[in-house]
Design a protein around this ligand. Sequence first.
Ligand code: 13P
Length: 248
Amino acid sequence: MRRKLAAGNWKMNGSRAALAEVGALVTTHPQPGCDVLLCPPATHIAWMAEALAGTPVRVGGQDCHQNASGAHTGDIAAPMLADAGASHVILGHSERRADHGETDALVRAKAEAAAAAGLIPVICLGETLQQRDAGETLSVIGAQLAGSLPASADPRTIIAYEPVWAIGTGRTPTLPQIAEVHAFLRAELRRRFGTAAEQMRLLYGGSVKPDNAAQIFAVPDVDGALVGGASLKAADFGAIITALEGTV
Ligand code: 13P
């Protein structure tokens, strides 16, 4: 059985003072009935990992470089994330694809670097509204999956389906639309990895909130969520964790 996962992506938000939110989360959810991951900005990883030591909550990065070290000013290598206490790293988020021109091939190289450093990649895929309206959703997602997921990916690798138009907009796809993409992803993973695909977790991301989480989590092949804005507040993220626990 795949263990459910509630992952929070803080994006470029938060501060050391936000430690209080993390503290509140582990107080209300000391032993969550699902996996919980928080991905703060890189500068916050070490202190968050320290604050969460001894709890089941894991810490992840939001990006890494494809090389393990070298002359790449401003970049962060996967072994550095691991050294700071991260266990996971988000890769290929649509904001990085848009802001930094990241391609599928680059995301794949980063995923390989992450795995080599012992990190679990959370690889993000998603169509724009224009692509959805043009009926291209599955072909876009299929191409991103084929290009971004390394052939050597191990079953701990996590895929997040995040429609670009649902991120930070308060809009979400219909439940059948989410179901269609997740079923497609599972089928593609089965085709590539055989029975190992059954262990791979598929997250939905894009405007997941306490009031829509339970219905999204009831969709087949949704193994959890990658949550942006609602992961910044312990009360909201805690409510989403509670909704996910209810599906286990
Ligand atoms: P929101 O939950 O703020 O829509 O962000 C989703 C996301 O991009 C998570 O990676």
